[in-house]
Write a protein that binds this ligand. Structure first.
Ligand code: NAG
Ligand code: NAG
Ligand code: NAG
Ligand code: NAG
Length: 333
């Protein structure tokens, strides 16, 4: 099981439960029947390392200048062993939805959040075959438990709640906040960087409908929070007309987003794509004006006509001038 699959399976990263300034995440993936699990460790949306419970080795990723000591090895060993016991101890209770499914994936995400204006909090969430199963939420000294699934097992059978609560409070929470702060010291610059989006509004003919598709593409920005709005003659285009809008990661750690709209061939509206982002002082507007495009189309036809006239006349005069001496020469010979 590689870590890339972990992102595909786990729903937590797409549903931003802890939409706060800084989060630290341990995302562990276990396949039923195996003796080990793999984990990705993330600071906000940056993968800072990997852990394998078989080798018990933590591998710092990316900026490896002195990041091996950021996470306390003893704590990591404790967390790793607890998680492995959790996986092995509970996976047999979770029967496959489809008995013939060869791979049964069980995941745990431990996420802590720290910000200046909110209380620190932590969520320990489990997912089974990509669906959230349950979560434990630690906030302000209180722990709440939620079971999302309709599996028939009693929650107490799936999790020893008292033990889970005490581990969350006494082991995971302090370790997570400590690792978060240690990593913030190392990765602060990378995390606080601001990269401007490249915004384009493009029109592409749609041969099926005869009309065209207008797409606003904003790419290469960081951080990931962005507002991208499409306007028609100054009014926001309603959501049901728009497709896309998913935030997608680029290989370089930046993000992209595209929103599209189908329009008819006869559309004479003015479309504006409006983008606000932390890296931009003002709203960035890009416009496609089909009424103006029509005018400019007429204008270019007129210019071509004028050129044809001038050039055409020139050619005729040139030909006539050239032709005149020719007969003379012919006459002389
Ligand atoms: C169970 O999974 C197998 C393999 O993925 C698939 O071929 C089969 O159609 C599934 N059966 C049901 C009832 O979903
Ligand atoms: C609950 O059970 C129904 C019927 O078996 C199923 O379709 C649905 O996906 C289940 N919901 C969850 C959250 O597992
Ligand atoms: C890597 O870490 C060093 C030392 O903390 C820091 O000076 C540098 O800016 C970091 N590089 C990146 C790309 O974050
Ligand atoms: C997006 O819009 C909302 C609501 O107007 C605003 O609170 C938020 O700060 C905006 N985000 C960005 C990145 O501009």
């Amino acid at each position: 099981m590689n870590t890339a699959c972990a992102f595909v399976y786990f729903p937590l990263l797409s549903v931003s439960v802890l939409a706060g300034p800084y989060t630290f995440t341990l995302l562990a993936t276990y396949i039923r029947g195996e003796k080990a699990f793999s984990a990705s460790i993330l600071l906000d949306d940056i993968t800072v390392g990997y852990y394998n419970s078989e080798t018990k080795i933590y591998v710092a990723r990316g900026n490896t200048t002195n990041e091996d000591d950021v996470i306390d090895p003893d704590t990591l060993k404790d967390v790793g062993e607890n998680l492995l016991n959790h996986f092995i101890g509970r996976s047999h209770l979770l029967k496959p939805v489809n008995e013939t499914e060869s791979r049964v994936v069980y995941q745990v995400a431990n996420v802590c959040e720290q910000s200046d204006n909110k209380l620190d909090q932590m969520i320990s969430k489990t997912a089974y075959q990509g669906s959230t199963f349950d979560d434990l939420h630690f906030l302000d000294g209180k722990i709440t438990y939620q079971l999302f699934s309709n599996y028939t097992e009693e929650p107490g059978k799936i999790r020893n709640l008292e033990l889970s609560k005490s581990r969350l409070e006494k082991l995971y929470y302090p370790a997570c906040i400590k690792a978060l702060n240690n990593y913030l010291k190392k990765r602060g610059t990378q995390l606080n960087r601001k990269v401007k989006p490249l915004v384009r509004l493009i029109q592409k003919a749609n041969s099926d409908s005869g009309g065209s598709r207008v797409s606003c593409l904003s790419s290469g920005f960081y951080p990931r929070h962005i507002n991208l709005t499409l306007f028609r003659d100054g009014q926001p285009v309603s959501d049901h007309e728009i497709t896309g809008g998913d935030l997608l990661p680029n290989a370089d750690g930046t993000y992209q987003m595209r929103k599209s709209l189908e329009i008819s061939a006869a559309d004479k509206h003015k479309y504006t794509c409006s983008v606000t982002h932390l890296s931009l002082d003002n709203t960035l507007d890009v416009t496609l004006d089909f009424s103006k495009q029509f005018e400019s189309a007429i204008l270019s036809v007129l210019i071509v006509l004028a050129l044809v006239l001038v050039f055409g006349t020139g050619v005729v005069i040139y030909k006539r001038r050239n032709r005149r001496p020719a007969p003379k020469e012919h006459v002389e010979t």
